[in-house]
Design a binder for this molecule. Structure first.
Ligand code: ATP
Length: 439
């Protein structure tokens, strides 16, 4: 089939902007065929655009022959344009329909489609991800990424207001940020390089010049774990602040979380409705529990976690039943955190590192950083890392490194919480995991 040219047709209104008061006005609407129904001599075409739907009604006895032919050729997900007149009606939920004067078919779709865009027939997540561009045409997909847009905008606004400067650190790096095996290697001309797993060392170095920085971008972890909260490429929202401790940056973090929740409640009413989800704006300060208190709480629930260990999934699940919103876990054992987290002055076996949790999910982690060069070298050695691999980072400590602190939020994890999705892949446009590198 030949498709029509857009020519000089431009949208006059999104579907949602058309109201019964506009009865008799001329419009051009552009979008996709969501649904088609026939009733006697009438064909109803539901046109979907980014903002919603509008019914286009073709009366066989009144419409031009060409419009009828075009309307008959339409199938779901065809892209179309309709130039017509708005008519007030009692017959549609929105009280309006568009009576076409001319229809253009602007793009065609191959049938059968791999999934039902109306969501009436649910599909498995893998089927959906294989046809992700089409999957994103469903209302839920659009809603999730519009919420994400609002989240990012709210974050940028608040952090800018707090004096943080947005930066971009390299994604291609010469050596491990935190050590560990979770690095993807890449060929970099005749050298081996790696994809950054976090902006940690660069953001710390930048406190030397810019004092307060933030970065929002993708990072890479070559973790084999295949869970509903891990992907191998994820978006991290990072801050780092000079002359600050964990308490200062926890304050920024809780303010940010509250601000983001408020922004969604204010600006994403329709999206939350589509997602059938509600957001409870947390009160600040958020509850803060020490690691020891958490272990004691778990102990009462007959879950024993030896001091020093990370919380296993089963323990986190239990915490999810005991805590209903966001909370902090502080004073982690020094041995459970990476080398750059500062041990406490009063008791070096615990550190000034914290995690932000939402029920059972870890959303963010952060802390005060070690800022003595000698001690950092000692910590690197203690964790089996070679200080030589960190020589450029260590150099920064020869130039007056200020005391500093920061955190990293996993944006995708936060989006799961904010949109009520159970699998992180729902909130990542094109997820990368152990078994998925396409599309
Ligand atoms: P986890 O123990 O849950 O795997 P982590 O301790 O390795 O996380 P950090 O290195 O502290 O995570 O990273 C900071 C934040 O980045 C985490 O709190 C999480 O929200 C997010 N994050 C880390 N790894 C992943 C991943 N593979 N997929 C999605 N988000 C991640």
């Amino acid at each position: 089939m030949e498709i029509d040219r857009l020519g000089n047709w431009r949208r006059t209104h999104y579907s949602r902007e058309i109201t019964p008061e506009m009865d008799g006005e001329a419009v051009v609407v552009l979008g996709w065929v969501r649904d088609i129904r026939d009733l006697g001599g009438i064909r109803f075409v539901i046109l979907q655009d980014r903002e919603g739907t509008v019914q286009v009604t073709i009366h066989r006895d009144k419409a031009k022959r060409e419009s009828i032919e075009k309307a008959d050729a339409l199938q779901r997900q065809y892209s179309l344009g309709v130039k017509g007149v708005i008519k007030k009606t009692e017959m549609t939920p929105r009280g309006i329909e568009v009576i076409p004067e001319e229809i253009k078919i602007l793009g065609i779709a191959q049938h059968p489609l791999p999934l039902d865009i109306t969501s009436r027939i649910p599909a498995e997540i893998d089927v959906r991800l294989d046809a992700r561009v089409l999957d994103l045409c469903r209302d839920e997909g659009r809603a999730i990424f519009r919420v994400q847009h609002v989240v990012l905008e709210a974050m940028r606004m608040l952090l800018s207001k707090e004096g943080f400067v947005e930066v971009h650190t390299p994604r291609i790096i010469a050596s491990a940020t935190e050590g560990g095996a979770a690095l993807f290697s890449v060929e970099y001309f005749d050298q081996e390089a790696f994809l950054a797993q976090s902006p940690q060392l660069y953001k710390e170095q930048l406190t030397l010049s810019l004092e307060k920085v933030f970065e929002i971008g993708p990072f890479f972890r070559a973790e084999e774990s295949h869970t509903r909260r891990h992907v191998n490429e994820f978006i991290s929202v990072d801050i780092e602040q000079a002359f600050a401790t964990e308490v200062d940056v926890m304050n920024v973090l809780e303010e940010l979380i509250q601000h983001v929740c408020e922004a969604i409640n204010e600006r994403c009413r329709r999206e939350l409705e589509v997602l059938k989800h509600q957001i409870e704006v947390p009160e600040v300060p958020l509850e803060r529990f020490t690691y020891r208190e958490i272990l004691e709480e778990l102990e009462q629930e007959q879950i024993h976690v030896p001091w020093g260990e990370d919380l296993p999934t089963q323990a986190c699940r239990k915490l999810g039943n005991l805590h209903s919103n966001f909370y902090f876990i502080t004073e982690w054992p020094t041995e459970s955190k990476t080398f750059y987290i500062k041990p406490r002055d009063d008791n070096p076996t615990s550190c000034e590192g914290f995690d932000l949790m939402w029920r059972w999910v870890e959303i963010a982690s952060g802390g005060t950083r070690v800022h003595s060069k000698e001690f950092l070298i000692q910590r690197l050695r203690e964790q089996g890392l070679n200080p030589e691999s960190f020589k450029y980072h260590l150099k920064a400590f020869d130039y007056g490194m200020p005391p500093h602190a920061g955190w990293a939020i996993g944006l995708d994890r936060l989006m799961m919480v904010l949109t009520g999705r159970k699998n992180i892949r729902e909130v990542v446009l094109f997820p990368r995991d152990r078994f998925r590198l396409t599309p």
